[in-house]
Design a protein around this ligand. Structure first.
Ligand code: GLY
Length: 367
């Protein structure tokens, strides 16, 4: 078991605990902050799988709990579901000193985190992420949000959790596509700033993409270390945190064009494809050696993730570019991309003139 401390000048420090069998110990770890009761927010898939173990562990530590399960899937990141959840927290009688526990993947963490940020002007929450993507990315760093019909994550708050418990054992029940999707974010962390980690992920560590628990544990720990160091420096994404968006501006545009339908392309699959595109664009701009982009593509393909636009569907270059310019991270009139000088060395580059991006999208097969 490993504890990674997340600390920065702008928020209270907290621990991310990564290890096996953590669900069974969760009660003892949550009890000191839960004052004898809590509400667990989960979804209808995860609640029956892991809710009983978490509730038993809390009960053994003297914490009463009830579970609120929202429908599984991105559609639960809505005003309607947030309102329902707030009402359940009020009905449960939580006060400002109580905590909420998020048990689930990114959707549950984002929704429960935002509810915690708003409830009585802000109460504490604990993240118990049950997907690889949530363990290595969304449960750490305090981004919480819901979607609106105008786009994803457009209404939210920075609200750091009080504690994160990443139990590697819960990943054993993950569908393959979700494991691969989370693995894309793991690879992303190596690509951003740790070439040695990427080398390991390409070699012995690749077993993690097939569910090997020891490799997964090491991959989660290193990812959390990388993410927490970046968040500690730049909580509100004024600078360095934007590096975590490697692959996301291309990826979000592709997801948006596909309509964010879960069956079409998982988020991590879009990120993996976006990372390949970011490296190829870096090569096209003369910023990165072609050999690096080819290696990134080979490693991502070996993990069963898409590397080429045609694998995701047919796209219009203009439509993709419009989505990229409409990304909430875009400043008016341009596009900021996270590019790479080499594997393990990413940086942000703003394009006021987006013609090179349009040409690139056409070279990638967009019409
Ligand atoms: N998922 C990117 C971030 O947390 O900043």
């Amino acid at each position: 078991m490993t504890v990674v401390a997340v600390s920065g000048g702008s928020f209270a420090a907290y621990d991310v605990v990564v290890g096996r069998g953590l669900l069974a110990e969760a009660g003892a770890r949550i009890a000191p902050i839960a004052r004898g009761r809590t509400v667990i927010v989960s979804d209808e898939t995860v609640a029956p799988l892991h809710g009983p173990a978490l509730q038993a562990s809390l009960a053994a530590a003297g914490v009463r709990s009830e579970i609120v399960a929202v429908p599984a899937g991105e559609a639960s990141k809505s005003f309607a579901e947030l309102e329902r959840l707030m009402d359940r927290l009020l009905a449960a009688g939580l006060d400002r000193k109580d905590v909420v526990v998020a048990l689930g993947g990114g959707v549950v963490g984002d929704l429960a985190g935002l509810a915690a940020a708003l409830y009585m002007r802000g109460i504490d929450f604990v993240q118990v992420p049950t997907t690889l993507l949530a363990q290595v990315d969304s449960s750490v760093g305090g981004k919480t949000a819901i979607d609106t019909p105008r786009g994803k994550n457009l209404v939210g708050a920075f609200h750091q959790p009080r504690l994160v418990l990443a139990d590697i054992d819960v990943l054993a029940t993950l569908p393959d596509v979700q494991l691969r999707s989370g693995w894309a974010e793991v690879l992303k962390h190596g690509l951003i700033c740790d070439a040695d980690f990427f080398d390991w992920l390409a070699g012995d560590g690749a077993a993690g993409a097939r569910g090997d628990p020891a490799a997964l544990e090491r991959a989660v720990i290193r990812s959390v270390e990388i993410k927490s160091a970046i968040v500690g420096e730049d909580e509100k994404e004024a600078g360095r945190r934007a590096l975590l968006n490697l692959g996301h501006t291309f990826g979000h545009a592709i997801e948006a064009e596909l309509g964010f339908e879960e069956a079409a392309l998982a988020h991590g699959e879009a990120v993996a494809l976006g990372c390949c595109m970011a490296f190829r664009f870096s090569v096209a701009q003369g910023l990165c050696a072609a050999a690096d982009a080819e290696r990134v593509e080979a490693v991502i393909a070996a993990a069963g993730l898409p590397t080429r636009l045609a694998q995701a569907g047919q796209f219009s270059a203009e439509a993709l570019l419009a989505r990229m310019a409409g990304d909430k991270k875009a400043e008016a009139g341009g596009v900021t991309l996270i590019l790479a000088r080499r594997i393990g060395d990413a940086f942000g580059q703003r394009y006021d003139d987006t013609a090179p991006i349009l040409d690139f999208l056409k070279s990638e097969g967009a019409a």
